[in-house]
Design a protein around this ligand. Sequence first.
Ligand code: APR
Length: 231
Amino acid sequence: MKKKLVILTGAGISAESGLKTFRDSDGLWENYRLEDVATPMAWQRDPALVLEFYNQRRKDVLNVQPNAAHIALAELDNYFDVTIITQNIDDLHERAGSKHILHLHGEILKSRSSLDAELLYDCRTDISIRDRCSRGSQLRPHVVWFHEAVPMLEPAASIASEAEFFLVVGTSLQVYPAAGLIHYAPYGAKKFLVDPNIPIISELKNWKMIEAKATIGVPSLVHDLKVMSAH
Ligand code: APR
């Protein structure tokens, strides 16, 4: 029986693929006010600006490749019962070959009806103001905005609470409820965090901190985890 490994990832794991993070210097929230592009109020006020913001991010995602960190994590499917809980809306974990991925904040390569959140469509091109769902309402990015519910939170919390190994890669742990998932990890789980700027979170006492970029820290940790999986 493979041991359960839960991995929480954030924008930092995709940084070396060429995708901007949010809160690093020159991050997305330095160039856009999140209130203007990532809230339901923004959508009501200026849907064209919101669509433009996500159309550009979709183009960026389609122009980059998974990096060594995504690829190393995908290898762990052979050694552990792995679930990746990602805050990222890119598909780099999928393209790297990971099998069990839960997108807490949605997926940029899907669009959805503004009326019915269950009405999803594959989306690899721009969404424009004229694009409508089958029920006639404006299409929007399938992304969770600030102040919106996080539908996958409950399954994510349940998965985190069963972790025997818990790994955090490339997230500032500043956005809830996602950041709160680290507290669901059982006390006895082996916990690791990879980030070049280790977040200063007091609760992170019995964690092994790896102060490194993802493409350096993750492959090295994956090597060690493969050894641990055998014990
Ligand atoms: N390798 C690993 N980590 C990195 C790298 C790298 N090369 N470069 C930056 N990081 C780390 C930063 O040190 C930081 O801890 O990635 C993290 C990025 O933090 P944020 O920009 O806040 O991204 P994230 O934590 O994913 O944001 C969470 O906020 O705006 C919302 O919905 C959005 O999902 C996003 C959420």
